[in-house]
Design a protein around this ligand. Structure first.
Ligand code: NAP
Length: 491
């Protein structure tokens, strides 16, 4: 059973709505092991949860498998109605869900609200899209045949999500899976299981049939992941997280040639060309770099600025960055919350130290904000070169490293010189340049004159080692559908 404590309860009108005290049907109540969830801003204990093991994951997979045929047999309209019902409850309880998210993850409450709204938008989108799964008929090469293509749900889906967007990552996977007719077993990140548990409580209240969505709460991702990859009842694994774990899951899935979608790490370039609107570019950089304290897979990781705009851009960026208030996500003034844990803080400090050692200059910020907690000042670094760690690795923190460039052709080659290919951004006004650069960047998503592009209506995903598959849009549905060719002979 899931226990929650005062530091979480005080943010909720009716905690029992999301965390009922009755034992849940997973049988986790009898599980002896527990893990704890803390508020990264205050260090307060929020909850103690059943620490489910591989056998619990196997039992959840059994329940999903038992429910699969009946769920797939429903009409698209019925599945759509179920998604609408869940969507409605999430919208109704947006404030509480956002408070749970801020408490366990730390992001400012306004950002948490925007994330929960985004999660609801995925449910809405796929409630609509469920009604639009089309097959195909093909002109046959002989007169006595008819060739038909039908789309069918892939089967039981196992999903694993990260801590940085603990609500929207769940909706982005589960909504299209349910729309397609798949049942789901989900393991959320160890640090952020509470918003997942609350969303699942609402799914059950919305009347989703028993076994259609199943939650595995656990602190040991590896054991659960193994079960998901090797259990033959699971037909598809969908993962969002680090490239390192994605690679491992892909290896594990290769044993059964299991289908897999991977949304992995990034190293996004953000290029400001000399024909850019510099004020707009600064605002875009703030969006692309400092949202979620820089802990997003699409965060601008390398900011390239053409030489003659460089100094003006850096001065304006530093001034804007210094206005960002760091603090507890429940403080309405806070624009930058804490980092998720001490190891995230240590990585940032390592990247800054490496950059400074190799000639980088701290323009503003550069330090922890308080003696306690995992808060870090938003930082602008200049004099960055491509050889520094900060330019090669995903930093995942509120640090903006600026690289000066002269040659607009070379900057494209530099931007593409990475194993990652998730998101890229650039600012320019010449239409020819806009089109050429958008085509030349080897990234799954390119933002032109904008620092924010995520939308339920658009395909989200990466090239190269940033992943396989797409989430969102009509393409996101295909990830959960099998294509079957039926050849009707003897006509
Ligand atoms: P992570 O360490 O890979 O963890 C992500 C999830 O995988 C968590 O639920 C984790 O569970 C689980 N996990 C860890 N080891 C596992 C294993 N051996 N087998 C199966 N599951 C395992 O990543 P993170 O640090 O939490 O998240 C940040 C990363 O996610 C960044 O690289 C970021 O770029 C990426 N990300 C990508 C996207 C995208 O759409 N491309 C979106 C958001 C984040 P535990 O918590 O229990 O360890």
């Amino acid at each position: 059973m899931l226990e929650i404590f005062e530091p979480l309860k005080r943010h909720l009108g009716n905690p029992a709505l999301f965390f009922p005290s009755a034992p849940d049907p997973s049988g986790s109540a009898s599980h002896p092991r527990r893990f704890e969830v803390f508020n990264p801003s205050t260090g307060e204990l929020l909850a103690r949860l059943p620490d489910m093991q591989a056998e619990d994951a196997a039992a959840a997979i059994d329940r999903a498998y038992a429910a699969q045929a009946e769920w797939a047999a429903l009409t698209a309209r019925d599945r759509s109605d179920a998604l609408w019902g869940w969507h409605q409850l999430i919208v109704e309880h947006l404030d509480d869900l956002s408070a749970i998210l801020t408490a366990e993850m730390g992001k400012p409450l306004a950002e948490a609200k925007s994330e929960v709204s985004h999660a609801a938008a995925y449910l809405q989108w796929y409630a609509e899209e469920a009604n639009r799964i089309y097959g195909e008929t093909i002109s046959a090469p002989s007169v006595d045949r008819r060739l038909i293509v039908v789309k069918q749900p892939i089967g039981v889906v196992a999903a694993i999500t990260p801590w940085n967007f603990p609500a929207s990552m769940i909706a982005r996977k589960i909504a299209p899976a349910l729309a397609a007719g798949c049942t789901v077993v989900l393991k959320p990140a160890e640090q952020t299981p509470l918003v997942a548990a609350a969303m699942f409580a609402l799914a059950h209240r919305a009347g989703l049939p028993e076994g259609v969505v199943n939650l595995v709460l656990a602190s040991e991702g590896a054991a659960i992941g193994k079960e998901m990859c090797f259990n033959p009842k699971v037909r598809k694994v969908s993962f969002t997280g680090s490239t390192e774990v994605g690679r491992l899951l892909m290896r594990q899935c290769s044993e059964q040639i299991k289908k897999i979608s991977l949304e992995l790490g990034g190293n996004a370039p953000f290029i400001v060309f000399d024909d850019a609107d510099v004020d707009a570019a600064v605002e875009g950089a703030i969006q692309a770099k400092f949202r979620n304290a820089g802990q997003t897979c699409v965060s601008a990781n390398r900011i390239y600025v053409q030489a003659w705009l460089h100094d003006a851009f850096c001065a304006k960026l530093a001034s804007r960055v210094q206005s960002l208030v760091v603090g507890d996500g429940f403080d309405p003034r806070a624009a930058i919350g804490p980092l998720i844990d001490m190891s995230a803080l240590a990585k940032i400090e390592r990247h800054i130290a490496d950059a400074v050692k190799k000639g980088g200059v701290i323009h503003c910020g550069g330090r922890r904000t308080y003696e306690h907690g995992t808060f870090f000042q938003p930082t602008v670094l200049t004099g960055i070169t491509d050889g520094m760690q900060i330019a090669r690795e995903e930093t995942f923190g509120p640090i903006a490293p600026v690289i000066r460039f002269d040659d607009p052709e070379q900057v494209i080659r530099d931007a593409n010189d990475t194993i990652y290919g998730l998101a890229a951004y650039f600012y320019a006004s010449d239409l020819k340049r806009v089109w050429r650069v958008a085509e030349a960047l080897e990234y799954g998503m390119v933002g032109v004159n904008t620092g924010r592009m995520s939308s339920e209506a658009a395909p989200f995903g990466g090239m190269k080692q940033s992943g396989i598959g797409r989430e969102g849009s009509r393409h996101g549905l295909d990830e959960y559908l099998e294509m079957k060719y039926v050849c009707l002979g003897g006509i």
